[in-house]
Structure formats: C-alpha cells, structure tokens
Design a protein around this ligand. Sequence first.
Ligand code: SF4
Length: 322
Amino acid sequence: MPVVGWTDDEGLTWKFEDIAAGYGKFAAPRPVLLAMAATDSGRGYADVTASFIASRLWRQKLLQERHLLYPHWADSYFLWLGIAVHSAAEEAALRDARPGDVITERQMCYQHHAGPWVGGRVDLLIREGAGQSPFALWDYKTTGAYTGKMIVANGIVTERPEWQAQLSIYRWLARQATRSHKANGGGMVNQPLDVGPIKVCCLYRDWKPRDGVPPVQTFTVPYLGDAAVRELIDTAVADWLKLRDVPDDALPPCELDQLWLQGIENPRSPNCGKLLRCEEYCLVPHYCSQYQTALMMRNQKGLKGFTLELAQAAYCEVASWK
Ligand code: SF4
C-alpha cells in the first residue's frame, strides 16, 4: 500500500492527518489521501518479486526498503494513478467475460528451496483462444508515449528488456502450483495455468495526437524460455540472501547504463553530466554512496566536465567496496 506520510530530512515523521491538514510540503486533499491509503500496490507477501528481479536495480530497491518506511505521498502519486487505471480496466474485463474466462490480480508465490518467497501479481489472465494454452497474460503499464515510439522503432526486446523479464517470470509462475501468499502457512494454492501469449498493454499518460502512436498500444512480448527464467530467479534469490545483511555502502552499484547520464550524444546540452535517474527519479540519492561519490567528482570538475569516464570512475570506486 502506498504510505501517505513521510519522514523529512530532519527525521520528523509526518502522518496522514498532518498532510490532510495542510502541514509540510505538498498538502493533499483528504479524499485523495484516503483513496491512496486504501489502494493496494500489489507487492503481496513475496520477499523477492518479479518486478524486483527484472529491474536489476538492487541498490536502489534495497536502499528504498531500508530507508523509505514513510515515503512522501507525492512519491507514490504516479504509482497510485497507474493502479487506479489498472483496476478500472481489469474490472471492465471481468464484467465483459463469461465466468472463468478472466482472472484478475492473481497472486502467485512460492518458497524457493525452503528460503525466501518469490512471487508476483498478474494484472489479467484472459481466455483468448482454444487448445492447450488458451489464456493470454496481460500486464498494464502507464508510461510515457516516448516509450511507445521507441518500442515501435526498435522492437520491444531491445527497448524494454525488464518488461520481457518480468512478464516471462509471471508466465513461468502461472504454470507452477503457487500459493496465494505466505501468511497463514502459505494460504490457498493456485492450480497451474498454462499460459500462451504474454502481452504488455501501454497506456500513455502524456499522449498527444502529434505523437504518431495511439494513446493505448498492446505489444506481444517474446517469452524468454524456462531455462532463462529459472536462472534469473536462482541468481536473484542468491543475491537477495547475500545482500540483505550487507551495509548500505557495500551494496552492488547500479549499472552505469541505468543512470541515464546526459550529454553522451550532445555534449553541448545544458544537462551534460547529469545522472538523470539519480537526480530526478530515484528516491534515495541522499542515502546512496555511489551517487554521493559521483556528485563529489562532479563538483570538482563542474557539470560539463563530468564525463562518462568520471561516472565510470565513481561506479568503479563503489564496485571496489564489494
Ligand atoms: S542514487 Fe542513483 S546510483 Fe544511487 S541507488 Fe539511486 S539510481 Fe542507483
């Protein structure tokens, strides 16, 4: 559930009532806060989720888990908008279908070799054909229209490999007899479901007619294959076991290609040298020694002098702490 409070820089925790009363940065209307508080973001009870595995951003995810117990409600805003759109589409699919032809929000969870619980939650399983694997697996993504244009231009595999990994894990999980959650000793068991095509349905939150793509697009995603999925899960579980007690500074660094270093193609850009993901998307740069090291190097050199080589040096410095 998105938490509608936050801990500010001085360690003060601001709760629902404070924000609704208008204290602190970004007050929010009470009905919106109530709606956010009532929304389940779907992490479920798994220790290691499919989206976690697919993202490869272990440092960011683990720092968030450790330090953002009360993230600012505004940081959950787009997540909440996305979930609201998912829910509307899923409910409409349920109303439209014959009983048994649509399954929404299927929780899938299993215990990996008596260790951590691995799982995920599928938005929609819908009967689209006949034969052995009649169900298609759908995942909704609220995203920018730029993503759609890039997918059309490059093909989905090269453009969003993390989506391919996430959906492939879902498909693999659907074919296991999974438990609904680990509470109550494992809860209900989902019977294996043989899934055929896997699809991502993109809903563009900033769409304009001049984008040249429709506001909603569905793409079929190639399945990675059972062996590749099992390897992804095995590696992620091994990493999770290894990293859960590791101090912040010793967490593996985020990969350079994930930090969106600006100015590689256009060194004259005013943003040249900026690490866009760290500065505009990540919620934990204050806690991240990798970013702080990069920032220190950049301050010495100035923004424009902060080249790919320097970002690489910051990356290596953190990597050597492992
Ligand atoms: S600040 Fe940057 S390097 Fe650090 S966790 Fe966030 S994205 Fe990764």
